[in-house]
Write a protein that binds this ligand. Structure first.
Ligand SMILES: [Zn+2]
Length: 81
């Protein structure tokens, strides 16, 4: 389940109420993770917006317990397509 980039993060959060997000870069790496339980809503919205503007795909997490392995983006090592 992925968020369409055309849909706003804020709107998506309201509708689906996940408890966290991971950000997957275009290179396929998980470059960010956020728990909504531990993040202010306004701050969360800004972070999601930042990820979207970076071209990441946001994947919501609905489980009570989840974890994500955050790794370094490898886009810089490739020529921009
Ligand atoms: Zn990348």
């Amino acid at each position: 389940m992925f968020i369409n980039r055309l849909e706003t993060a804020e709107g998506w959060m309201m509708k689906h109420k996940p408890n966290g997000y991971i950000a997957i870069c275009q290179c396929g790496r998980t470059v960010g993770a956020m728990s909504l339980d531990r993040t202010e809503r306004k701050e969360a919205g800004q972070l999601l917006g930042q990820w979207i503007s970076d071209g990441c795909i946001l994947q919501p997490k609905f489980d009570c317990i989840w974890s994500a392995e955050v790794t370094s983006c490898v886009c810089d090592k490739k020529a921009a397509s």
